[in-house]
Write a protein that binds this ligand. Structure first.
Ligand SMILES: Cc1cc2nc3c(=O)[nH]c(=O)nc-3n(C[C@H](O)[C@H](O)[C@H](O)COP(=O)(O)OP(=O)(O)OC[C@H]3O[C@@H](n4cnc5c(N)ncnc54)[C@H](O)[C@@H]3O)c2cc1C
Length: 389
């Protein structure tokens, strides 16, 4: 079988790429290991940058996001028991939209299927070959697919990255993880609250007017079984409290889990006609809400580069993909590290903890410092459009 682009992985990156290529008249096949229901119900990211929202809207997959997503014009930083609002609209004239990653995935799958896409779920044993040729292959379930380009959009634990030649990785692990809960409770504030308390970091966020998503900093080796629902709520109350009378609304827990924190960048993001994007190439700690946004920004660059390659034989854009994508990746990696360092308690490093508090005080007191946070949080401008034409 032949196709123009074989995409491994139906996460947000693989699905959006397939959609953007279709809009440019380029055919693709998406191969996904898990079943559709699993992919559509996996609870992960929930904050969409300004540019992500515009891209989804502009490419015709933003209708439900516009109807159900919650537009936020700012966020709250809470430390020393006081709240400080960073006003995105006023500082950088941009906003973010709270809309779950699984909803983006559902919208993309629905649209791809409506457009007659070849999406294959529950595909086992995907193998990539022919990388020394202009027709690389993807083999799965006894069938071989030959393509002009193979895209590894298969996440951090995927198989594509290991095929890249001269691969170098840079990473940072953190001494803490996030214990996350999804609760059937209306949000206690209209905007996200990033709280730094002596006991550790806590984040109050939401997925809808009736569902709250919250996180607690816990040690990296923490065991979920040690956290009863009562203990989780008690710690959330403690860490999110302020002197202005904030009250936290409780509700039944729908989900809870522990997510490790890591920064990781693997280069190059391409070898011959194989390219990686999203979590397959880089991951960030979730404190800056950058993971999915960065994956979709890679896809924007890639859609443009593949468009140039397959419609006009432009090798230059395709060859520049790694460098173009990495400029944004490293700035987001820095921002995610900076937010993480500023908001988490190190405990065994009092110097780092004092610096973090000074940094928070600077953001609260200085308009340029707040604007810098707002600019990165709402999303840096893109270097180019998603379409080659
Ligand atoms: C538990 C968790 C919580 C997170 N929370 C946040 C958050 O709050 N905020 C935030 O910004 N980011 C968060 N992230 C990060 C964000 O979800 C990712 O950055 C985003 O999913 C990246 O999208 P992707 O398409 O690159 O990869 P993925 O979403 O990982 O998609 C990769 C797809 O490839 C499939 N696949 C893997 N291997 C194969 C194979 N061999 N063959 C076929 N298919 C394969 C996988 O099943 C998956 O569907 C979180 C991540 C995790 C793991």
């Amino acid at each position: 079988m032949r196709t123009q682009v074989a995409i491994v992985g139906a996460g947000p990156a693989g699905l959006l790429l397939s959609h953007l290529l279709h809009l440019q008249g380029i055919e693709s096949v998406v191969l996904e290991r898990r079943d559709r229901d699993y992919v559509e119900s996996r609870v992960r990211a929930g904050v969409l940058e300004h540019g992500t929202v515009e891209m989804l809207r502009e490419t015709g997959v933003g209708a439900r996001m516009d109807a159900e997503g919650m537009v936020h014009e700012g966020t709250i930083l809470r430390f020393d028991h006081h709240s400080h609002r960073v006003d995105f609209r006023e500082l950088v004239d941009r906003t973010i939209t709270v809309y779950g990653q699984q909803e983006v995935v559902k919208d993309l799958i629905a649209r791809r299927l409506a457009d007659g896409a070849d999406l294959r779920f529950e595909v086992d044993d995907v193998a990539i070959g022919g990388l020394d040729t202009d027709r690389p292959t993807v083999t799965a379930g006894g069938e071989t697919l030959s393509a002009d380009v193979v895209v590894g959009a298969d996440g951090f634990h995927g198989i594509s990255r290991e095929h890249l030649k001269g691969l170098e990785t840079v990473d940072r692990t953190y001494a803490f993880s996030w214990l996350g809960i999804l609760a059937e409770a209306p949000p206690s504030t209209a905007e996200l609250v990033y709280a730094r308390h002596e006991n550790g970091f806590a984040l109050h966020s939401m997925r809808s007017p009736s569902i709250t998503r919250m996180y607690l900093q816990v040690p990296a080796d923490e065991v979920l079984a040690d956290w009863s629902d009562d203990r989780i709520w008690s710690e959330l109350h403690t860490r999110l409290a302020d002197d202005d009378g904030f009250t936290l609304t409780e509700g039944p827990l729908l989900d809870k889990g522990i997510t490790p924190m890591r920064s990781f960048v693997a280069t190059p993001m391409q070898t011959g006609r194989l390219v990686t994007c999203g979590d397959a190439a880089h991951i960030v700690p979730p404190t800056g809400a950058k993971g999915m946004n960065l994956a979709l920004a890679d896809v924007r660059v890639l859609s443009h580069a593949i468009g140039g390659l397959l419609t006009d034989g432009r090798e230059d854009l395709f060859e520049a993909y790694t460098d173009t994508a990495l400029r944004r990746v490293w700035r987001a990696t820095w921002f995610s590290w900076w937010m993480t360092s500023m908001l988490h308690v190190q405990g065994d490093d009092p110097f780092a903890d004092r610096l973090a508090l000074a940094q928070l005080a600077q953001v609260a007191a200085s308009r340029p410092a707040a604007a810098m946070l707002a600019e990165s949080y709402t999303g840096l401008p893109y270097e180019q459009g998603w379409s080659y034409r």
